[in-house]
Design a protein around this ligand. Sequence first.
Ligand code: XMP
Length: 510
Amino acid sequence: MSHQTVIVVDFGGQYNQLIARKVREQNVYCKLIPCSQAAQEIEKEKPIGIIFTGGPNSVYAPNAPKVDKAVYEAGVPILGICYGAQLIAHALGGSVKSAPVREYGRRNISYLGNALFEGMDKDNTCWMSHTDYVDSLPDGFKVIAKTDSCPAAAFADEDRGLYGVQFHPEVVHCSQGNLILRNFLYGVCKATGDWNMGDFVRNQVSALKEKIGNKKILCAFSGGVDSAVAATLVHRAAGDNLTCIFVDHGLLRYKEADEVMRVFAQERGMKVIKADASDEFIGKLSGVRSPERKRKIIGAEFIKVFEREAKKLGKVDYLVQGTIYPDVIESGKDKSAVIKSHHNVGGLPDVVDFDEIIEPLRDLFKDEVRKVGYELGLPAPVVERQPFPGPGLAIRIIGAITPEKIDVLQRADYIFRKELEDSGVAKDIWQYFAVLTNTKSVGVMGDKRTYEYTVALRAVTGVDGMTCDWAHIPYDILSKASNRIVNEVPRVNRIVYDVTSKPPATIEWE
Ligand code: XMP
């Protein structure tokens, strides 16, 4: 696949993946590389540009991360951000020291005329987060932006294509920050914008066709975004040579298993084997109250069912996995990425007889995976599907699980989700679902006393599930969902809304 590449050199800053995503959003492909590997990757990839990220260190600390001198001599434009800017200055003969005034948050800045700030308002605001600053510039550099307390807020050696910005153009609070990245990519690095998901799909399908030929492929299909998009992409190339195994553990959401079969098997003609193992799972979970035991039982049972189904197919050549780029980055290196993807599918590769793993999405961020999903014609409910835990409703029914409780929770959850989706608020919410608590309380319905279940509604905003706030849903929407649930779902007489952030709570109740 031929496209221009930018190398983003990772110095350990908190916004590194964000920088890479922002570059991709500008239709330029980039790779996030640990700084220790920068020189060899640059040699290998022949990038059109290099970006140094921020990082928590001081450039003059004894073990401060740096790059090989060859990186500066490669003749490739470099944009250093925060620590990356200080590193450029330090490495090329300037000096960096602890700033007399630390800058955090939004700051006024003056941009002086330069290719990096083309088309931008001269008096502007940026986002700062630093204790050190560049005190004197290396030879050949000039100041191109300043704030009240940071005289070299940005600097450049235009002849060598080297730029440093002390602030963070990648964060949303930096006004016109996207334009700075765009100016660097298109103005300085002469990007052509050749990274788009339409081409990605065409290139992947033709590469997969060539690789797969007439070989047999197997995919563990959960219905989640990554496995759905990976399987659909491979199906384009492999047709009936691809078999998907979809384990229905009976703890999916309301009518979810039917929906998966409709969208993929019926509408797309994909070979999806639905292994209906609900009774087995529910039987094994009978009387189990501990969340961790529930998880272990479901994980082990899932592998057992998958193995049983996979054995029926005999040996396969390839196993498809929905690994995506953040999994690869988090695992550090290609080698450990495989360990992580094994982990993702709960040890499946150990029980399937296959030659090779195919990971068609391993270069993509989540938002790119969604774009590929749309390119492949998948419907919005599949492409925008919220994260759903592998153990499913088992960890949303507090205490022991019974078929009746599953039914109550599925109905309540369906109503809540539908109300949020129909009102349009769902698109801003990371996860939203109902929980069946193990509390019963007294109510009154039609002049009669009731003693029924309490359902908790949970909706959280966030970007990665690591930290979250509870979603401030308008009262009238909560009120409608609550009324509908108590009226339409038997055995429920009370609804509560969870107003805890993570931390200290977690997203799931178990
Ligand atoms: P917590 O509850 O830890 O959840 O805040 C963070 C994210 O992980 C999901 N989650 C799971 N996903 N198996 C999964 O595949 C699990 O056992 C599991 N537990 C939590 C949760 O839905 C949220 O997206």
